[in-house]
Design a protein around this ligand. Structure first.
Ligand SMILES: Nc1ncnc2c1ncn2[C@@H]1O[C@H](COP(=O)(O)OP(=O)(O)O)[C@@H](O)[C@H]1O
Ligand SMILES: [Mg+2]
Length: 335
C-alpha cells in the first residue's frame, strides 16, 4: 500500500532531478540496501556462531542438551560445523555415560569382593589365633579348628578361581573358541565328573538319551563350565533323595535346547531375575555352607550371552527349577 505511492513519488522526484543528482541518489539507495542486507546476514551469522559457542560451552561443562531448537537451513560450512558439533556432543555424552557405568561397576565389584573376602579371612585368622593361644594343645578342638580353617582356605580358593573367571569374561580377555563339538560326549563328560558329588548328597543324576550325532558350534570348555555350574546348583539346592534331569531338545535344524531340571527348593519369582547377578544368593548361609561363591550363575549367563544365546529360568518354589539355554547346531548340508 505504501510502496506504490512511494515508488511513484520517487520516480516523479528522480525525473525532476539532474542526472548527477539522480546518480547520487542511486548510489545512496544502493548503499542503504547493501547495508541492510549486510546487517541482516551479519545478525544471522552471529546468532549461529552464538549457538555454536553455546554447544561448545555446554560440552566443556559436561552439559548435554537435545538442541532441537536449532534450525539449520543454509547448508553452508557453518551449518556443517554446527551439525558436527551437535554430533560430537552426543558422542561425548554417550562415552561419559559408558565410563560412569564402568566406574560404578568397578567400585561395586571391589566393594563386593572385599566383602566376600572378609568373611573367610577373618574366620581363618580367628581359628589360627585360638590355636596359637593354647588350643593347639587341646586334642579335643585342635583338629576341628584346623579343619574349619582349611574349609575357609578352600572357600578363598573357589572365590579366587570364580573371580578370575568372571573378570576375564567381563573384560573380554577370555575369547570364545568356537568349534564343532559332539554334544552327547560333552554332556556325558560333565555328568560323569559330577556323579560322585551327586551320590554323596543322595541325589540321582539322570541324563535323557538323545541323538549322539548332534553336533553344536560352541566353546567346549565354556559350555562344560555352564553345565557344571548348573548341575552343581541343581545338586546343592535340591532336597533329600532328590533328582536332577539333564536333557536336550532339538528345536529345529539350527538350534538345540539344553535343560537342567531339579526337584529342589525352587526360586521365588522375585529372585529369578536377580540370581544371575554377581554375588546374589537367595539364602547366603546355605550357599556358603555348600561352598558357593554367588558367581556361578553370573558366569553361566556371561558364557551363554557370549555365544549369542539366552538363559531362561523357570521355577516352582519348594518344588523344582529348570534352567534352559539354546545352542547352535552344525547343520551338514548335503550337496
Ligand atoms: N537349582 C537351583 N535351585 C534353587 N536355587 C538356586 C538354584 N540355582 C541357583 N539358585 C539360587 O541362586 C543363587 C546364585 O547361584 P550361583 O550364582 O550359582 O551362586 P552359588 O551357588 O555360589 O550361591 C544361589 O545362591 C541360590 O540361592
Ligand atoms: Mg552355584
Amino acid at each position: 500500500m505504501v510502496i506504490a505511492p512511494t515508488i511513484s513519488l520517487l520516480i516523479w522526484y528522480i525525473i525532476g532531478l539532474s542526472s548527477f543528482d539522480a546518480l547520487l541518489l542511486f548510489v545512496i539507495l544502493f548503499a542503504i540496501v547493501f547495508a541492510i542486507i549486510y546487517l541482516v546476514s551479519a545478525y544471522l551469522h552471529n546468532s549461529r556462531v552464538n549457538q555454536l559457542t553455546r554447544i561448545i560451552k555446554n560440552i566443556s561443562h559436561k552439559q548435554f542438551e537435545v538442541y532441537d531448537d536449532i534450525q539449520l537451513q543454509k547448508n553452508d560450512e557453518l551449518d556443517d560445523l554446527i551439525k558436527q558439533t551437535i554430533r560430537a556432543s552426543r558422542m561425548v555424552e554417550k562415552e561419559l555415560i559408558r565410563l560412569n557405568k564402568i566406574e560404578n561397576y568397578r567400585k561395586e565389584f571391589i566393594g563386593d569382593i572385599s566383602h566376600e573376602l572378609k568373611t573367610p579371612i577373618f574366620a581363618i585368622q580367628g581359628f589360627i589365633e585360638t590355636l596359637l593361644n593354647g588350643a593347639i594343645h587341646d586334642d579335643e578342638v585342635n583338629e576341628v579348628f584346623l579343619h574349619k580353617a582349611m574349609r575357609n582356605v578352600n572357600r578363598l580358593t573357589y572365590l579366587t578361581k570364580d573371580l578370575m573367571e568372571i573378570s576375564r569374561l567381563e573384560t573380554g580377555e577370555l575369547k570364545t573358541n568356537i568349534q564343532e563339538v559332539f554334544l552327547r560326549d560333552l554332556i556325558m563328560d560333565v555328568v560323569e565328573s559330577l556323579q560322585f558329588k551327586a551320590q554323596k548328597e543322595n541325589i540321582e543324576l539322570v541324563l535323557h538319551d538323545f541323538d549322539k550325532n548332534i553336533q553344536i558350534r560352541a566353546d567346549r570348555n565354556q559350555i562344560k563350565q555352564v553345565l557344571v555350574n548348573l548341575i552343581e546348583n541343581a545338586i546343592k539346592y535340591n532336597k533329600e533323595n532328590g533328582k536332577v534331569e539333564i536333557g536336550v531338545t532339538v528345536l529345529n535344524r539350527d538350534k538345540v535346547e539344553l535343560f537342567v531340571k531339579d526337584t529342589g527348593i525352587g526360586i521365588d519369582p522375585k529372585d529369578i531375575e536377580r540370581v544371575t547377578e554377581r554375588f546374589y544368593r537367595v539364602d547366603k548361609s546355605r550357599s556358603r555352607e555348600k561352598g558357593g561363591t554367588g558367581l556361578g550363575l553370573s558366569i553361566v549367563k556371561h558364557i551363554i550371552e557370549a555365544h549369542g544365546e539366552k538363559l531362561t529360568i523357570e521355577s516352582e518354589p519348594e518344588k523344582s527349577s529348570t534352567f534352559r539355554f539354546t545352542l547352535s547346531r552344525v547343520s551338514h548340508v548335503s550337496v
